[in-house]
Every structure is written in structure tokens, then in C-alpha cells.
Design a protein. Structure first.
Length: 199
């Protein structure tokens, strides 16, 4: 995580605060929370939540002037001190709002390790669960394929072997749903909140 100083250490002038971070694993289930907080918590200026390789919370004025890189380029805006001071007040509200959020349910994560069989509506694969909480009946969405939702219909854990010790637990998994065959090897799937009803 990184954030720029709200005051320039050389000039003493206020600067626009921003927050940036990168998850060690993708957490798409948190995106709506960050969008909601950046929309509803501020009182002075408009803010944007941006997700690229990194994630950022940045004033919309800066985001709109960005040239499309991995972060806001003009963070100082020291010529508009009223804007900088207003943004500094808002960032405190945003941080407080994030801290006040209830802990989200832990999403189960499955990493497709090897494809065994695939058709348009079914994928049978060897998978690695990052959380170990995957259970039959859960609905998953591939991180790289947001329009596809699949239901986990069978899960059979393999016993640990010396050659698999360096990986997480491996399982034979069947995923069913329209577009399941588009899920490829090395795809990360994340369970959807509120769909953890087991069959």
C-alpha cells in the first residue's frame, strides 16, 4: 500500500491525497464496497475507485486527467489549494468509512490447475483451492471471465503425495454452467457472496 503525503515537505503546500495498493490475490468481491465508499463517504469533492494492476482511490478530477497508466500522474495540484485541502478532509472520511465496513464473507478461491474434460456447459479439472472452503453447491465466477458463472457440482480431494507437497490441496472438480468450457488452465475462480447454498 502507498499514499502520497498531504503536504509537500519542501514547499509546505497542501497536496492531493491518494491511496494505492495491490492485493497479493485478486479480491473482486470487494470492488463494490470500495466503489460505494468512494461514492458516498466524501463531502467535498468527487472520488473514483480505479482497478488496474494496482487499485487506487483518487479524486475524480485527477483520474479524469490521467493518461491511462498505472496510477495518477499529477498528484500535487498545489496551485489549487482549496481543492487540496477539501480532498484531505475527504480522505479521512473515506478511510473511516472503509474501517467501519463489516468484514466481508471470505470468498472461496479455486485455481484451475489442469483441464481433464471441457464442453460448452461443463468443466472437469484438477484444481487447487486457495482457501480450502470450496463446497458443492457454491457458485463461482472466473476472475478473467466476469460474464460466466458456474456451480460446483462435484469435489473430490486427492490425498497428499510427496510430489504435491509444494502446492495447496488438489481436487478433482466439476463445474457446470453456460460458458464453463471457456474457463482455461490457470484461471482463478472466486465464489460469489450470497450463493453459498449447498446441495
Amino acid at each position: 500500500m502507498k499514499s502520497n503525503s498531504e503536504t509537500n515537505t519542501i514547499t509546505g503546500l497542501a497536496e492531493v491525497p491518494t491511496i494505492g495498493w495491490r492485493f497479493s490475490e485478486p479480491h473482486p468481491e470487494l470492488g463494490e464496497m470500495f466503489r460505494s465508499v468512494t461514492r458516498d463517504a466524501p463531502q467535498n469533492v468527487d472520488w473514483t475507485f480505479k482497478e488496474l494492476r494496482n487499485s487506487f482511490i483518487v479524486p475524480s478530477r485527477i483520474a479524469e486527467s490521467d493518461t491511462g497508466g498505472e496510477g495518477p500522474h499529477d498528484l500535487s495540484v498545489t496551485s489549487d489549494q482549496d481543492f487540496c485541502v477539501a480532498a484531505s478532509e475527504d480522505i479521512e472520511l473515506i478511510i473511516d468509512a472503509i474501517a467501519a465496513q463489516p468484514a466481508p464473507p471470505t470468498a472461496a478461491r479455486i485455481f484451475v490447475f489442469q483441464i481433464a474434460k471441457a464442453s460448452a456447459d461443463e468443466l472437469v479439472c484438477v484444481a487447487e483451492s486457495f482457501t480450502g472452503e470450496a463446497q458443492v453447491g457454491m457458485v463461482f465466477r472466473p476472475v478473467g471471465l466476469p460474464d460466466i458463472e458456474v456451480r460446483l457440482t462435484s469435489l473430490s480431494w486427492y490425498p497428499p503425495r510427496p510430489e504435491t507437497q509444494r502446492r495447496g490441496p488438489l481436487a478433482k472438480v466439476t463445474l457446470v454452467g453456460k460458458g464453463a468450457g471457456m474457463i482455461g488452465r490457470k484461471e482463478l475462480l472466486v465464489s460469489l457472496p450470497g450463493t453459498n447454498t449447498y446441495e
